[in-house]
Design a protein around this ligand. Sequence first.
Ligand SMILES: [Zn+2]
Length: 198
Amino acid sequence: MVTFDNCGIYCAQADIYIDPWKPVKKAIITHAHSDHARFGNGFYIAHEHAIPVMKYRLGADIQCQALKYQEEIAINGVKISLHPAGHIWGSAQVRLEYKGEIWVVSGDYKLQQDGISAPFEPVRCHSFITESTFGLPIYKFPKPQDVHDDINTWWRKNQDQGKNSVICAYALGKAQRVLKHLDTSIGNIYIRMVRLTM
Ligand SMILES: [Zn+2]
């Protein structure tokens, strides 16, 4: 039901791509990060929380349809729904069902709860297409709680010494996670968004 071609992950029955890397007529977008939500598609389907970010990044005039998690639509007999991926605000796995066969495309996902994203939902399926950017065993990440504790300890120490602390974090995803876990009793927080152009 799902294949790969030179534009990306394609469901021929619904004539729709998932996170295509070249412009296509119709795309389901798993989340608003720029390596998944790209410019130039004719129509975008995404979670309702991803759409405002996509409009901000891709243009307010993009043609799009917002779905809630678990809300089902049908395109040419293919039932399509989005399910929480736990990656960033509005991130979704895509579930496709046609004549009883179910495929799920994960998009980026994580199993830990970050207090911001809707928690990852396991979805029963016959075939699962998984992202695996950091799936290799060489990638070992510290526990999120340890990172939050380190940041707050460092901030408190700087505060005691009369120094300001500056943290740079990617604007969509990481910045919200850092903010969520700062100990606001330590001091004031100021945010500045910087656009990098290359
Ligand atoms: Zn991502």
